[in-house]
Design a protein around this ligand. Structure first.
Ligand code: KG4
Ligand code: ZN
Length: 457
């Protein structure tokens, strides 16, 4: 009943907006003329003038036909009046395009609000197109309702950046520009959806490389604007955490460990989209340490998967430091470990000794994982939670995955599958569903990019 009333009120509000927009004498006269003709009132008046019962009857019948609160008479009247205003009174302010736009404009906003409320109550499915370009992956996805992935196209630039031993921001931005439209097309095609059916457009707004972010933001904004869809900006780290919601379900309260190329954070969540960052790295992120150590060892980029593989053949024989820092806080530091590897390589070279890269990879990896697991064990003592989520590129690490399950019992641990650990747009689409539910979309299409952005903001 409430819904019907709201629709009724919106209908008349929309009508009034259009009528107001026609406000000059040509518009008013056109409205009147068309009203007299199509409503039957004109015929009825003529019936009186000529005292003709037939004309009076036709007039009344037409009137009766149009009656009702949602009468199509009014919109039809307005549309035809606009045509008269343009072609009879030659009012240049009116065009086919403006007629169409005025009609859409008058009803759009309210329709969107209704839709959002219905979707919050779970009455509506939400089809989301999401864009991720915060680093060196150009990715677009189509997801449904914060859960289901219909398509997730990820175009990696790894080969291009390998030549330089790491991501070159300017090169990343240029390649996003070259590829983004193709990736859009592919994601829509693979999901087998119509653009019309997409309810929301989402894009990573930060943190990330600013030039790279802006390519995705501009593409998503243009797409949303052109197709008249609401737009929402998503935090990349929230995306990493929500990747875990695809194959599992987040249960609150939870602790999330986000380990990626740019971040190492321990986050407490007591509900959807409610983040409290308990600790972060003071210097290098874990993934960054992997990448830099790999480079020192003369291995390639990205270091994570390469060292992961080498470590399988090696043993933890080099005595590398573990920075647990203060036992009671959740800050991390990996630069000391990185320097220790650097010194080891330097001194071995000077002494003419050879280093076994498999063993060094294993030693480095065990040192990293010891710290991560230690911090996790400490945090769950202070915060009794239902779930631990491990996410981000480094969560793809095979040894980390193995050890976490072995060493932390009695609490559910969930990690996204490998394809959802590293950067991808599906995770942004999943987080977008909850972001939109909490914050709604942007009122205008002005979305900025942020190279740094806290989860708690
Ligand atoms: O999350 P992500 O794709 O991008 C950022 O948001 O930074 O993470 C990329 C990072 C890189 O540093 C990469 O070396 C690391 O994740 N990584 C791994 C593994 N796969 C990717 N680190 C350790 N083991 C892996 N198997
Ligand atoms: Zn990432």
């Amino acid at each position: 009943m409430k819904k019907a009333w709201r629709a009724f009120a919106n209908f008349w509000k929309g009508i009034w907006e259009i009528v107001k927009s026609m406000g000059n004498w040509r518009g008013v006269l056109s409205l009147l003329i068309v009203w007299l003709i199509i409503s039957g009132s004109g015929i009825f008046v003529l019936g009186f003038v000529f005292n003709n019962t037939l004309l009076k009857g036709i007039g009344i019948a037409m009137y009766a036909f149009w009656l009702g609160p949602f009468t199509p008479l009014i919109p039809l009247n307005i549309a035809l009046a606009m045509v008269v205003q343009r072609f009879v009174f030659l009012d240049k302010n009116v065009s086919w395009k403006s007629i169409k736009e005025k009609f859409r404009g008058a009803f759009k906003e309210d329709k969107e609000i209704i839709k959002k409320e219905e979707f919050i109550k779970g009455e509506n499915d939400m089809l989301i197109l999401a864009v991720e370009t915060s680093c060196d992956e150009t990715s677009v996805s189509i997801t449904r309702n914060g859960k289901e992935v219909l398509s997730n196209i990820v175009l990696s630039q790894i080969k291009i950046h390998q030549e330089f031993g790491g991501v070159v921001p300017e090169v990343a931005s240029r390649n996003h520009v070259l590829n983004i439209t193709r990736v859009f097309d592919k994601a829509i095609k693979e999901a087998n959806v119509k653009i019309d059916d997409i309810d929301l457009v989402a894009v990573t707004k930060g943190p990330g490389l600013i030039g790279a972010l802006l390519v995705g933001i501009n593409a998503a904004t243009a797409f949303a604007f052109a197709h008249d869809k609401p737009l929402v900006g998503v935090n990349h780290l929230a995306g990493h955490i929500y990747a875990a919601n695809i194959e599992n379900e987040l249960k609150f309260p939870l602790i999330a460990l986000v380990v990626s190329g740019g971040h190492t954070s321990l986050v407490y969540m007591d509900d959807h989209m409610s983040f409290k960052t308990l600790g972060e790295t003071l210097d290098d992120a874990v993934g960054e340490a992997y990448d830099k150590v790999s480079r020192m060892m003369g291995e390639g980029y990205p270091g994570g998967p390469i060292l992961d593989k080498l470590a399988k053949e090696g043993k933890d024989i080099y005595n590398l430091p573990r920075a647990y820092l203060d036992k009671n806080d959740y800050k991390f530091s990996f630069s000391g470990l990185k320097s220790a590897v650097n010194n080891l390589i330097y001194h071995s070279n000077r002494k003419g000794e050879t280093i076994n890269n498999n063993d060094l990879a294993a030693s480095f990896q065990e040192a990293v994982i010891d710290v991560l697991i230690h911090k996790l064990k400490t945090v769950i003592e202070e915060y009794p939670v239902k779930q631990i989520v491990i996410a981000g590129g480094v969560a793809a690490n095979s040894r980390l995955r193995e050890r976490v399950y072995e060493e932390i019992k009695d609490i559910e641990i969930i990690m996204p599958s490998l394809k959802y650990c590293t950067d991808n747009a599906a995770m942004i689409g999943i987080a977008a569903y909850y972001t939109y539910k909490k914050e709604g979309s942007l009122e205008n299409y002005q979305l900025g990019g942020y190279s740094t952005l806290n989860l708690d903001e």
